[in-house]
Design a protein around this ligand. Structure first.
Ligand SMILES: Nc1ncnc2c1ncn2[C@@H]1O[C@H](COP(=O)(O)OP(=O)(O)OP(=O)(O)O)[C@@H](O)[C@H]1O
Ligand SMILES: [Mg+2]
Length: 623
């Protein structure tokens, strides 16, 4: 008897249909994939014309580099891509597509045609096929770019066609897909229609991306949008954020893009919402369009079939950069005009001090940039060529103050002006701080010191205090004996119901941190004790911040929550103490404490404790 074969190879057509199940969910996914291809082809204008909510017809036309006959045929084959040649490339993805999957998958579940030509060719190519089989390849007039027409989506997969939504739901999704792509690419013109009616229209606006945001969210948004920017080692956050005066009742004005890819990541959205929480009324959501750019090697985009989620190698660093970018804008309150009070809502730093910090940072960055490529002192060499997240690797390394000593070399390009910000939360060599020789005060706030080998060291006392406080509080938390003898505080404060409730329900957690609160009738809470270092802190803002850090009722009190609360306390302790310049004796004591501090746990603002400028660098510049 002849044995029946149980295993047979699937045909390519069937494989494409299965892949279509992942890549092509609905018309919106077709729009997204095809527009991404147009973007990858370097187009400057992209048109999307829909009929029947995109189910009946989707036409994407671009003016990109087009395809020759060979590529136009090959792109319909699975895993045919011009964008990825080797496994190594998978970790350096800088195009939107890389799998060579989208076109064949879409073609397998539709009536598909493409018309394309290479730049300068006398003849173009048209390829037509139904259900992904028997492509008809013909000559066609030459043209600039590519037009792809996708008709009767899922005509040959009735089960899927049935799942498409009625009414204008599919259209809404397709429109949103266009909006996301348009927000990500303001230097490309986007025009979309549905059965002749305009859906979206925005010419390229590289000069003022706010025009694009206004096209997406309504012209009323434009005057309320302010630029935000934070560039750090390995991550840049740029974009526009609306003042708290312009909000939505839902999160539809929140857009985040990672390396130009729209993502909807709970961590990123949560970080944005937290930055705004002191400014917005309950139930209102901020309007923020943020572009997060990281080295492609530091982000994995291949974790989701539709590339909607990403995984950062340094998620915390990214969140800190976002908070810093938004906090700076919100604190400066540019919507209040020139007369803005920097100590107004959310402000805690005199504006000129912040200015000064920026100036020092710029100076160091520029000096560093001038030395790009020059050999660096040996103490800093150890940090070069490592992984991009060196500063967070936990490996004890030298104090790194000069960005070029950090692994930008590995990325192969020097940092742009103002881009590099040293990430200094690293363990310094033992005794580093005690050996510093204080020389004076800069800008009434920064301490200048002479470090090993004549290195100029700029110390930020606020960041330093926060670091030492954080260490003390974390150690106390680990200590079985409980918090150190608390200071008596004794004050009563009235809070909004939610805050009062969170504080009273979180009493147990708070007492483990050395903060004793008691209900005092109504929504009044008595604060009895605080841990050392927090005497004299602003009790109201401290308790409000702690209330936010506490877990909701019933949720487990884990070490993550406690650590968050500890960070809040450290930040407030530093805020209070950092407002007046330190005396010599206080500075000495602080330096001693810094040598015992733990530089690994992140603090709230990810602040930099010291910046270093090696003597060698100064000498080189003096020459
Ligand atoms: N509009 C276009 N202009 C020029 N070339 C295109 C266009 N659309 C597709 N191509 C070519 O066809 C190839 C296949 O496209 P397809 O979308 O299937 O794969 P991909 O973009 O490489 O990867 P992914 O499946 O991740 O999107 C692309 O690599 C590109 O070379
Ligand atoms: Mg593609």
């Amino acid at each position: 008897m002849i044995a029946m074969a149980r295993i047979a190879r699937l045909s390519d057509v069937l494989i494409n249909k299965i892949a279509a199940g992942e890549v092509v969910e609905r018309p919106a996914s077709v729009v997204k994939e095809l527009v991404e291809n147009s973007l990858d082809a370097g187009s400057s204008t992209i048109r999307v014309d829909l009929a029947g909510g995109g189910v009946d017809r989707i036409i994407i036309s671009d003016d990109g580099h087009g395809m020759g006959r060979h590529d136009a045929t090959l792109c319909l084959e699975r895993h045919a891509t011009s964008k990825l040649r080797e496994l190594d490339d998978l970790f350096h993805i800088d195009s939107m597509g890389f799998r060579g999957e989208a076109v064949p998958a879409i073609a397998s579940v539709s009536r598909f045609s493409l018309h394309t030509a290479e730049v300068g060719a006398d003849v173009g190519t048209r390829v037509t096929l139904e259900g992904g089989v028997d492509p008809l390849i013909e000559d066609a007039p030459p043209r600039t770019g590519t037009v792809i027409t996708v008709e009767d989506l899922f005509f040959n997969v009735p089960a899927r066609r049935k799942f498409l939504r009625r009414g204008d739901t599919e259209l809404k999704h397709a429109e949103e897909a266009v909006v996301r792509l348009a927000l990500a690419n303001p230097e490309v013109g986007f025009f979309a229609t549905h059965e002749g009616n305009e859906l979206f229209s925005s010419a390229a606006c590289p000069e003022d991306p706010r025009e694009r945001i206004a096209a997406a969210l309504g012209p009323a948004a434009h005057p309320h949008l302010f630029p935000v920017e934070e560039r750090r080692l390995g991550v840049s956050v740029t974009g526009y954020a609306a003042s708290p005066e312009f909000t939505f009742p839902n999160a539809r004005g929140l857009y985040t893009f990672v390396n130009r890819r729209y993502v909807r990541d709970r961590g990123l959205i949560g970080t944005i919402q937290r930055a705004y929480q002191d400014f917005l009324a309950a139930g209102r959501q901020p309007v923020v369009v943020l572009h997060i750019d990281v080295d492609p090697i530091a982000v994995d985009v291949n974790v989701h079939p539709q590339k909607l989620e990403v995984r950062f190698s340094d998620a915390r660093g990214v969140q800190e950069a976002i908070s810093a970018a938004l906090n700076r804008m919100l604190r400066a309150a540019p919507w209040l005009g020139a007369g803005a009070d920097p100590n107004g809502p959310g402000g805690n730093q005199p504006r000129d001090a912040a200015h000064y910090a920026l100036a020092v940072e710029r100076f160091l960055t520029r000096a560093q940039e001038a030395s790009w490529g020059a050999p660096l002192p040996t103490t800093l060499d150890a940090a070069s060529g490592g992984a991009p997240s060196h500063a967070l690797s936990g490996a004890p390394g030298p104090m790194v103050g000069i960005p070029s000593s950090l692994p930008f070399g590995a990325v192969g390009r020097p940092p742009a002006f103002g881009e590099a910000q040293p990430q200094l939360n690293e363990a310094p060599p033992p005794g580093y701080f005690a050996a510093l020789r204080p020389m004076g005060l800069l800008g009434g706030r920064f301490h200048l010191c002479e470090g090993p080998g004549g290195t100029l060291v700029v110390l930020d006392p606020h960041a330093a205090l926060e670091r030492t406080r954080l260490t003390t509080y974390l150690r106390a938390l680990d200590d079985a004996k409980g918090p150190p003898a608390p200071s008596l505080f004794g004050t009563t404060l009235e809070f909004p119901v939610q805050v009062a409730k969170a504080l009273v329900e979180g009493r147990e957690a708070l007492s483990r941190l050395g903060v004793d609160v008691e209900p005092f009738g109504g929504t009044t809470v008595a604060l009895k004790t605080v841990p050392p270092g927090l005497e004299g802190a602003d009790a109201r803002s401290l308790l409000e911040a702690l209330a936010r850090a506490l877990p909701p009722k019933g949720a487990a009190l884990d070490s993550v929550t406690l650590a968050e609360a500890v960070r809040v306390m450290a930040c407030h302790a530093a805020r209070k103490a950092g407002s007046v310049p330190l005396t010599d004796a206080q500075l000495r004591a602080l330096l001693g404490e810094l040598d015992r501090a733990d530089f690994h746990p992140p603090c709230i603002h990810g602040t930099v404790v010291v910046l270093e400028m090696p003597l060698l660098e100064l000498e080189r510049r003096a020459r």
